[in-house]
Design a protein around this ligand. Structure first.
Ligand code: ADP
Ligand code: MG
Length: 448
């Protein structure tokens, strides 16, 4: 086995156990550079990834290597320099020498919100990687991961994390020029600059930035002119070793209507995704927020919130705020029962806790039928309608596929289920009383 093949087999095995984003981040540009006696030397693209690989993956890598070749006793990591991507913007942008201070209208406007810091950012397995990368960038902007591309779902901390970098960089390097901007704002600035014929000034101001942070970059999708201007700004900053941080709700390859050249730039740096926080992290975040707001609730209450709100940190915070407001207004401590009542509207019942049978039982009961009546082959209105409602709820709450629903009701195909679903959905929208009726059924379905 050549050392390339050896490394390929290691990578193939590691790939099975780590997420694609982690894999791309940590194993890209790694290789076996040589063998030193019984020790294998693994080359990494930079000091940060060296440290991370050693700490996080060292044992695993050694184990895999040993399985492949029992003579291997040790591994060592070594930083190897790696070349910048090919074809990277050859033309360099000219910098105006004499830029009047007043002309640099962005100077003091970092747009950063000082409340987003690393200190109040809770780290757990779900965001460990993006956090580590963001931290590394804030210690050494422009010299490691460029661009840093953070992606993840709504309310999972992208804005918080990328702004924390901005705030940290200002703390570490007070003279650096940092600018945070949302994609929407960036787009409208460009449109205005074009309209007012100040595009050169606009570009110059951006060329002065040491750290440019653009949030929700997916909104550049389809905006060709903005993408073009951004491409030039990106290149000139990149070439001058200025740091760029981007966030998005999806990875670069999933952003539609994005110029290929931009996509490949985004992919040329470090991509890290924020996942959904696990239970412990959710509780830790709630504790962090309580501390910030200087208010305290029982662990039981925090755990109740953390159990029921799972996929959005902003909603976790919202739940907590609701309790805080209640406590302040009523000047009385919130107990678990009160908390449950207060949060009823926010906490969406978990679909997976509802079973097919539960829906059938409750719908039948509500319409004074026996569960098996719902499956009768009949056109009687007293049965057809509850059956349609059951189908609707099975789709909406249990998330069953239409063909499954169709089959359960003995239909030949799924068109009956789709028809029922659409009919009921439309009626809910149009008829408030009926909508209330459905809500009552839902409440019963989810009642403990
Ligand atoms: P996104 O930009 O991904 O939609 P935000 O950064 O706006 O999400 O985060 C939503 C809310 O959750 C913010 O108030 C933020 O402070 C909070 N938050 C997110 N992640 C964390 C975390 N790891 N620790 C503490 N608070 C967090
Ligand atoms: Mg955001």
């Amino acid at each position: 086995m050549t050392k390339e093949e050896l490394w390929q087999s290691v990578l193939a095995q590691i790939q099975l156990s780590v997420s694609p984003a982690n894999f791309a981040t940590w194993f890209k540009n790694t290789k076996i550079v040589g063998v030193n006696g019984s020790s294998v030397i693994i080359g990494t693209p930079n000091a940060f990834s060296k440290e991370w690989l050693e700490k996080k993956y060292g044992k695993t890598i050694l184990k895999i290597l040993r399985n492949l070749n029992t003579q291997i006793k040790k591994i060592e990591f070594q930083v190897i320099s790696h070349k910048p991507p090919k074809n990277f913007a050859q033309k360099s942008v000219e910098y105006p020498d004499q830029l009047k201070f007043e002309e640099f209208y962005l100077d003091k406007k970092t747009n950063l919100n000082p409340k987003y810091t690393f200190e109040n950012f809770v780290v757990g397995p779900f965001n460990e990687l993006p956090h580590a990368a963001a931290w590394a960038v804030s210690e050494n902007p422009g010299s490691g991961y460029n661009p840093l591309f953070i992606y993840g779902g709504v309310g999972l901390g992208k804005t918080h994390l990328i702004q924390a970098v901005g705030n940290k960089v200002l703390e570490n390097f007070p003279n650096k020029k940092v600018r945070y901007v949302s994609s929407e704002r960036f787009t409208s600035e460009i449109i205005n600059a074009i309209k007012n014929q100040t595009i050169d000034r606009f570009k110059r101001s951006y060329h002065q930035i040491d750290l440019l942070i653009i949030d929700d970059i997916q909104f550049l999708s389809g905006k060709e002119k903005t993408q073009e201007e951004f491409f030039h700004i990106f290149n000139s900053l990149y070439e001058a070793n200025k740091q760029i941080i981007l966030s998005s709700d999806r990875p670069p390859k999933a952003i539609s209507a994005l110029e290929e050249r931009l996509r490949s730039r985004f992919e040329g740096g470090m991509i890290a995704d924020i996942g959904v926080p696990d239970f412990e992290s959710r509780v830790a975040i709630l504790k962090q927020k309580m501390q910030e707001k200087n208010i305290f609730f029982d662990d039981q209450i925090l755990e109740y919130i953390a159990e029921n709100i799972q996929s959005n940190i902003r909603e976790l915070e919202g739940a907590l705020n609701r309790l805080i407001i209640y406590q302040k207004i009523n000047n009385q401590n919130v107990d678990l029962e009160t908390a449950k009542k207060l949060l009823k509207r926010i906490i969406k019942p978990q679909a997976k806790r509802v079973s097919f049978q539960k829906v059938i039982d409750i719908v039948a009961e509500f319409y004074n039928l026996k569960p098996k009546d719902l499956f009768q082959k009949t056109r009687k209105q007293e049965i057809v309608r509850p059956r349609q409602i059951a189908m609707y709820l099975l789709r909406e709450e249990v998330k069953l596929a239409f063909p499954t629903i169709g089959k359960k009701f003995g239909g030949k195909d799924h068109t009956t289920a789709i028809y029922a679903y659409e009919k009921i959905a439309k009626e809910i929208e149009e008829d408030e009383t009926f909508s209330e009726e459905i809500n009552i059924i839902k409440e019963r379905i989810y009642a403990l």
